[in-house]
Design a protein around this ligand. Structure first.
Ligand SMILES: *Cc1c(COP(=O)(O)O)cnc(C)c1O
Length: 212
């Protein structure tokens, strides 16, 4: 991943990877680890701790927030006031202000996480009133069925919304990070303005799912 342009940070998406693999990636220079499951993160966090930074990139359940705020440096997938409120409450308990990104459902897919484009500003206005949560940008996945060029329109839409929100200057929110792109699409995402890319397969190799 030496070819990332300056200003673009790599999040190594580490779901299903063991401690040794993640440690090896950190030794090779990876600075940010992305985890989808709090429990998996906990195991690795016990070993690596603050040697790397931790981003949560999965779907966060309310009953996992208390643990999550202790481990993660950023939660990239906030998509409701209710989960933001829980993050706020649990962060306050440990005197932390948790950086978050708002996840956009850029393809408006039903039953998928993320807020719809027309709802994102309203959510940011509400989340920004919480004292122990700090909105720092947007994250999107785009439709699962697409990759590479097929994701470009969704990345472009997300970038346009990001720029619009930046211009709106919602008090308390800062539009600093735009998290888009995975192994098959990070190059397109960077062309469309991403400054955080979440890459798993290209770093760690193909995932092997047990029983799967
Ligand atoms: C797994 C995952 C990635 C990385 O996917 P790869 O195709 O392995 O690069 C990025 N973002 C999220 C949210 C993921 O769950």
């Amino acid at each position: 991943m030496k070819e990332l342009p300056p200003g673009v940070a790599l999040v190594a998406a580490a779901k299903t990877r063991g401690v040794d693999e993640i440690r090896a990636a950190a030794s090779a220079g990876v600075k940010i680890i992305g985890e989808n499951y709090v429990q998996e993160a906990e195991e690795v966090f016990k070993v690596l701790g603050k040697a790397v930074r931790w981003h949560f990139i999965g779907h966060l359940q309310k009953n996992k927030v208390k643990k999550a705020v202790r481990i993660f440096d950023m939660i990239e997938t906030v998509d409701s006031l209710s989960i933001a409120g829980e993050i706020d409450k649990r962060s306050a308990e440990i005197c932390k202000v948790m950086p978050v990104l708002i996840e956009l459902n850029s393809a408006r897919e039903p039953n998928k996480s993320g807020v719809k484009p027309e709802e994102v500003k309203g959510l940011i206005e509400k989340v920004s009133t919480l004292k122990n949560v700090k909105v720092l940008g947007l994250m999107t996945m785009g439709p699962l069925a697409e990759d590479g060029e097929g994701l470009r329109p969704f990345f472009r839409l997300t970038r346009n919304i990001f720029d619009g929100l930046k211009a709106d200057a919602v008090p308390g929110a800062e539009m600093k990070y735009l998290s888009m792109g995975m192994t098959s699409s990070y190059k397109v995402a960077i062309e469309e303005g991403a400054n955080l890319v979440r890459v798993g397969t290209k770093i760690f190799g193909e995932r092997v799912y047990e029983n799967g």
